[in-house]
Design a protein around this ligand. Structure first.
Ligand SMILES: [Zn+2]
Length: 299
């Protein structure tokens, strides 16, 4: 066989392999940007997914239940561009406040509980964008799939927190602080490219729902309420088969993005003890501590 023929066959083979790599999502880096609280932007070159995006930072200590609350549209426009999907774990203000504005602006599809969807219906969003889930669904969408799991909210107020209020009817604009009732709790396994990301929105989980999952990346809730849960970190890691990469989430204290000092304090007080806990359990995993609005790229 002539050298030229061998070379051209080799080139065709390389081309086929690269196409199949692209088709299976290989060689596609995954980007994860921490939006603070439990918020993330997870993206590759084709799809952008948000989890619990909370970009407006109203002063929560001054808010009364009857106060009207608005999204900080200027800030959101600065931080958020194209969005394809928004996954919402529950309807509290620090998870849902900005979802209505972002969905209306970007046309993103929103996946959440009936209560979350009824709250954001106040923004007059196209019904085709809205997906009500109860937990248990495993939905295939274009470029991603999402397994939805029932979950539990953090055991706030020393385990006395309980809220079974829901919204069975659409709400109207403008929304009030008191509208953002919990409305149930979900967890999501997002399959994107060739990665699986398990996203928590709270410091709790239902053991049987996450048992046997093997996510590559775990967004692990690390706020102080995790100490209310029996053997939290060890059980969480074991149940999810010791994910290669662990990203602590839900640890900042709702301060604006430019309050760097507050975020550093939260990192010292809440994240560092978690990192220590994790490495005492396993040295095979890697904990990456996110910085607000900085992108972490996983190759
Ligand atoms: Zn909450």
């Amino acid at each position: 066989m002539k050298i030229a023929t061998i070379l051209s066959r080799y080139l065709i083979l390389v081309l086929i392999l690269s196409i199949s790599n692209l088709a299976s999502g290989q060689n596609k880096p995954l980007n994860l940007k921490y939006l603070g609280v439990a918020g993330w932007e997870i993206s590759n070159d084709s799809t952008v997914v948000l989890i619990d995006p909370y970009i407006s930072r109203p002063n929560l200590s001054e808010l009364k239940k009857s106060d009207v609350v608005f999204s900080d549209s200027l800030m959101i426009d600065k931080v958020i561009g194209k969005v394809d999907f928004i996954l919402v774990t529950h309807s509290h203000l620090d998870h849902l406040l900005d979802v209505g504005y972002i969905a209306k602006k970007t046309g993103a599809k929103v996946i959440g509980t009936q209560t979350s969807i009824n709250i954001i219906r106040a923004y007059n969003i196209d019904e085709d964008q809205l997906y009500i889930v109860a937990g248990g669904e495993d939905y295939q969408f274009k470029n991603i799939s999402v397994k939805v799991m029932p979950s539990l909210h953090s055991a706030l107020r020393g385990k006395h927190f309980f809220d079974d209020r829901t919204h069975d009817e659409p709400l109207t604009y403008p929304l009030k602080d008191g509208d953002f009732v919990m409305g149930g709790s979900l967890m999501f396994l997002l399959r994107i490219g060739n990665s699986e990301v398990l996203a928590m929105g709270s410091m709790n989980f239902i053991e049987n729902e996450i048992k046997g999952l093997s996510p590559d990346i775990l967004l692990a809730g690390v706020n102080g309420s995790r100490y209310e849960i029996y053997n939290y970190s060890e059980r969480l890691l074991k149940l999810t088969n010791y994910p290669k990469i662990i990203l602590p989430t839900h640890w900042d204290r709702y301060e604006p993005y430019d309050d760097v000092e507050a975020h550093e304090k939260a990192r010292r007080d809440k994240v560092e003890p978690f990192v220590k806990e994790v490495y005492e359990i396993s040295t095979e995993v890697q904990v990456i501590v996110p910085v607000h609005l900085k992108t972490i790229t996983i190759k």
